[in-house]
Write a protein that binds this ligand. Sequence first.
Ligand code: SAH
Length: 394
Amino acid sequence: MVEIVLRKGKEKAPLQRHPWVFSGALDKLKGKPNDGEVVKVFASDGEFLAYGHFNSKSRVAVRLLDWNEDAIINTNWYEARLIQAIALRATILTTQTDTCRLVFSEADFIPGLIVDKYADFLSVQILSAGINSVKDNILHLLQKHLNPKGIFDKSDATARTHEGLTTASELLFGEQPPEFLAVKENGINYHINISEGQKSGFYCDQRENRAILSSFAKGKKMLDCFSYSGGFSLNALANGASQVTSVDSSALALNTLEQNIHLNNFDKTKLNVIQSDVNKQLRAFKETGELFDIVVLDPPKYAPSRSALDRAARAYKDLNRLGMLLLEKGGLLATFSCSGAVDMETFKQIIAWAALDAGKEVQIIRQFSQPEDHPIRISFPEGEYLKGLLLKVL
Ligand code: SAH
C-alpha cells in the first residue's frame, strides 16, 4: 500500500478526524497510487494518521476512511458501515414513510457514497474515485441488504467532474424505475421521477419540517414558494389548510404537484399553482395587496461556496423581506437555507436585517434542521447544510 506523508503543520485536520486531506497538504508519496486506491497517511514525524482513498485529480487528494491502523478496507469494512447506516434509519421507515436517505457520504463514514431509498428502488450517487473503484462491491452489498427492485445511478454531475469522473445517469441493476414512481412520506403519496427529477427526485431532508409546519396549517391560507412537487403544500392540505398557493419556476415540478393532488384525493379547488419566478411573483402579490397566514420560503442553494456568501446574503434578505410583507399581522414565515456556507447564526442575522427593512417585529418560534437520515458528523461540520426558522411576524 502506498504511504503518503503530510507536510509539517498539516496534520491538525486529520488528527481532529476531519475526513478531507487537500492536495496542498501532501509532502511525500512513497510510490505512485492509482486514483481511487487506498493509501496510508502519516504525519510529518512518521506517526500513522489514517487510511484513505487517493485521487490525484481532486482538490481533496485523500478522503480519509479509518483512523485505526489495524483496519482492513475491504468488502467487510463497507458492509459494516452500510449496516450501521441502514440501522440509523430504522425509525424513519414505517407504514407512513417508504422514502429516505440511507447513506449520506462522509456523515455516514463512507465518503463519496450517497444512497437514497424511493419505495422499492434505490438511487445512488458515486462521488469519489475511491467509491467508483469498488462500485461493483457496493452494488452487491446494496442488493444483499436491501433487496431493491432496481438501482439507478443519479450521480451529481458537477461533483463527479471535480473528481475527474465522467457523468452518469443509468440503471445499474434490476428494473428500470417507472417514469412516475409512487412513494410515501408522512402518509402522503408522491410521484417522483428518478431519472429526470431535480437532485435525486425528492427532497426528503424536509420530511420533519413539513410535518412540523403542517401542524400550524389548519384553516390557514398558505403560500408555498419554491414548492417543487409540493412537499409543504400537500402536508398543509392534509392538515386542513383552507387554501394553498404553490409557486415554482419548473413546469415539471408543478405537473408532478398536480398529479400528487390527485394521488391523495385532495380537493384540487384548494390548490392554486403558479409557474413563475418567486421574486417576481412576490412583488406581484405585493402590488395586488394579497396577504397570507403562512408563507414558506425554501429556495435552492444561493451560496454554493463561501465566496458567494455576500451575494447570497443579499438575495436571502430580499426574499425574506418580501415574504414578511405578504403576511397578515401575526402570520408565520417558515424560511430555509440549504447553503452549507450560511450557518445558523449568519442566517439569523440575515433574517434580522430583513425584518428591519420590512419594518416588522419577528419572533423565532421554532428552529429547523436536517433529520437523522442526514446526520451531521461532529468532525465534519460541512455536512450541516439545512437550517430554517419558523417566525411569527408582527
Ligand atoms: N420545497 C420543496 C423543495 C424546493 S427545491 C419541497 O418541499 O420538496 C427548490 C425549488 O425551487 C425547485 O423546485 C426549483 O424549480 C425552484 N426554483 C429555483 N429557482 C426558482 C425561482 N427563481 N423561482 C421559482 N422557483 C425556483
